[in-house]
Design a binder for this molecule. Sequence first.
Ligand SMILES: Nc1ncnc2c1ncn2[C@@H]1O[C@H](COP(=O)(O)OP(=O)(O)OP(=O)(O)O)[C@@H](O)[C@H]1O
Ligand SMILES: [Mg+2]
Length: 406
Amino acid sequence: MHLTRLALTDFRSYASVDVTLAPGVTIFSGPNGEGKTNLVEAVGYVATLASHRVSQDAPLIRQGAEQAIIRAGLTDTTRDNLVEIEVNPRRANRVRLNRVPLPRPREVLGILRTVLFAPEDLALVKGDPGERRRFMDDLLVAMAPRYAGVRADYDRVLKQRTALLKSAGPKAVRPGRSSREAVMATLDVWDAHLARLGAELLVAREHLIDAIRPHVEDAYLQVAGGGGGSPAAISYRRSFGSPGEPAAGPPSPGEFAADKEAADKDRSGHGERVRAAEAGLRAALAEVRESELDRGVCLAGPHRDELELSIRGLPARGYASHGESWSMALALRLASFELLRAGREDPVLILDDVFAELDTGRRDRLARLVAGAEQVLVTAAVPQDVPQVLAGARFTVSGGGLSNAG
Ligand SMILES: Nc1ncnc2c1ncn2[C@@H]1O[C@H](COP(=O)(O)OP(=O)(O)OP(=O)(O)O)[C@@H](O)[C@H]1O
Ligand SMILES: [Mg+2]
């Protein structure tokens, strides 16, 4: 798939901009702070309904404006789509697909699929576990949009259950015996919800990691260079159960299998794994309840799980060099691209200011790896940083507008 048009109104630094895009490579260059990242951030927003830079929407709205509007035209082999998003600071966003309002914004997920590389990606390797969970969940939703609902439901249940734990804990006003019993009964109900949704989410993540593993190993070798086996490894670790305990059954890419036959065969296995994980999570919640009440936090579930990354057997976080961390971050994004395109249309690739961060070897290898994608959007402050193989349309970004640079 590729974007044919991007139009912004009051988004970030842009009062109004409207650009026509073609398949192949497009390079946006210009001095720092002129609005290059703002453009690709808008594209990413259409794909994920979130910014890759900020967790709140307020900074996306141009200072002094009431709302921001993003319009994106895109095309794939089956049809053309027009997505229009109204970003509102104080009330729900509104989304229209081909001029028809969607009942819920998240129904637009999956219409545009992107893989965005950005300087912030280093946090995937060096940052908190939450960064890696977000990476998994975003990719999961791009692969299978129905998980946006599972994720939202899980977050809601987690919030409610945590509030209940706080209200029943030792810091709360001392509850009488009967009210304590009532709280425990209510907690049982929330445990059941949390276990059901949590199991669905975490088993999906496990399938995802099984499916992406070979791509990550391969991409790491290709980016970092060198021969032999890949030094990069990736694995999912649950927050409960014995450490390193594999999920029931042999690893399988489940519903993310490239060929349909394997996917069908795996479906029944998938159901079993979810049920086993649900039982495991319920048991774990019962076990930790006392300490949960003491601390007022929910101690088991996918919100505490970890995506473990390692290079030559050592955890990447805390051990890997700066260059190795970058190679790992790039490998995760490249692997996402390979996974998303397998048996389907290419997602749109976005490279925000990444070449400046890399040495020439990594720069050239990365450029060669992405050059064949259907559409690649590149931003760079210094156009010379972009390797020659990524030749294409050029725009200069300055003064809140774009000009065609050939
Ligand atoms: N909500 C907003 N309203 C007005 N201006 C904004 C808003 N948000 C960001 N900006 C401005 O946009 C500019 C940043 O744009 P952007 O991050 O796209 O720059 P860039 O071209 O990618 O720069 P660099 O090369 O440094 O990465 C800043 O000058 C910032 O003040
Ligand atoms: Mg930038």
